[in-house]
Design a protein around this ligand. Structure first.
Ligand code: BMA
Length: 329
């Protein structure tokens, strides 16, 4: 049985799989956990990232305003389910004003590496690219250089150096609602200069796995297991009525993470519940973070729903591994 490499997290949110449920992922019964108007200025709160912090959890939340502008806000929780989100967006400190210029910021991920919490997000800089910053305490935030040239989205760091280098997944894109998109990996000695770009995996054209035909993008920070990096990602299908976002999973090689060892043919979660199907952008489930318990293999997935609210669903490393083994792409 595959094991998560990392810390035990015995108090993380969890529900056992309901009897009679045959799916690899099951939802929290009180979803959504964060409502659209959880802070006074918000139109919607979704596609957000959480992480263990002190004796509870912290997070970086995408809160779109009532002008429908996109920005990121810090938040805190004792139990991972009830959240207090700051009413003011994150202000970064940095050396270069040019980089601190704010066009828009959205879809954050948070990744603990060595001694600090790194934040990546889709950063407006003459088009979308990957913003990068860090914090030690979720109070003071430092911004680094944008990782890539525009246009790029879904920048997701690995939680440790691989072969002595930082590693990040991303999805080169365009300035609009990109009708294409594959996942690539880049490496860096210092989190500023990125190279060694490698193709990881692309869309799948064909009826065998049509839910991921239009574009795919990395979701939460990859989960280290003794068998490889477990990656949860989003897959998109363009339909006559707009794009439908579902979740899938893959297993990447530990030492050469651009090599895909397994990938599921079927999606692991798709929009079904009312709050996933009805909202500002219907039919979207969009995972941005997980909490993982290395002792039990439990995983809680945090995902945006219909670009409006935030929810949690549960799985285990074993569920996802067997699902991929039984239904390979
Ligand atoms: C993508 C991003 C996501 C969003 C999705 C569906 O391009 O903007 O933030 O959830 O579209 O609208």
């Amino acid at each position: 049985m595959a094991k998560i490499v990392g810390k035990a997290l015995p108090d993380m949110p969890w529900r056992d799989k309901p009897a009679g449920n045959n799916n690899p992922v099951w939802r929290y019964e009180n979803n959504p956990i964060i409502k659209a108007d959880a802070i006074p200025s918000s139109n919607s709160i979704f596609n957000s990232a959480v992480i263990p912090f002190e004796d509870g959890y912290a997070g970086v939340f995408r809160c779109d305003s009532k002008a429908v502008s996109m920005d990121i806000f810090a938040g805190f929780s004792k139990d991972g389910l009830n959240w207090e989100i700051n009413h003011e967006p994150i202000e970064f400190i940095g050396d270069d004003k040019e980089i601190l210029t704010r066009e828009y910021r959205y879809d954050p991920r948070v990744c603990f590496i060595e001694d600090r919490y790194y934040i990546t997000w889709c950063n407006g800089y003459h088009g979308p690219t990957i913003g990068l910053g860090y914090t030690f305490d979720f109070k003071t935030f430092y911004q680094l250089e944008n990782a890539f040239l525009p246009y790029n989205r879904n920048g997701v760091l690995f939680p440790r150096k691989i072969n002595g280098k930082y590693a990040m997944l991303s999805r080169p894109s365009d300035t609009g609602h990109t009708p294409f998109g594959d996942i690539f990996l880049s490496m860096s000695p210092d989190l500023e200069h990125w190279g060694h770009h490698r193709f990881v995996m692309g869309t799948f054209r064909g009826d065998r796995s049509a839910w991921q035909a239009t574009k795919i993008g990395a979701g939460p920070v990859p989960i280290e297991t003794d068998e490889g990096w477990l990656l949860i990602y989003h897959g998109v299908l363009a339909t006559c009525n707009g794009m439908v976002y579902r979740m899938g999973c893959a297993l990447l090689d530990l030492l050469e993470p651009w090599k895909v060892k397994m990938r599921s043919r079927y999606y692991i979660l798709g929009p079904r519940e009312y709050y996933e199907c009805v909202g500002d952008v219907p039919n979207v489930v969009f995972p941005c973070a997980t909490l993982n318990d290395a002792k039990t293999g439990r995983i809680a997935i945090y995902y945006g729903c219909a670009d409006t609210v935030t929810s949690v669903a549960f799985t285990t490393v074993e569920e996802l591994m067997s699902f991929m083994k039984e239904n390979p792409l």
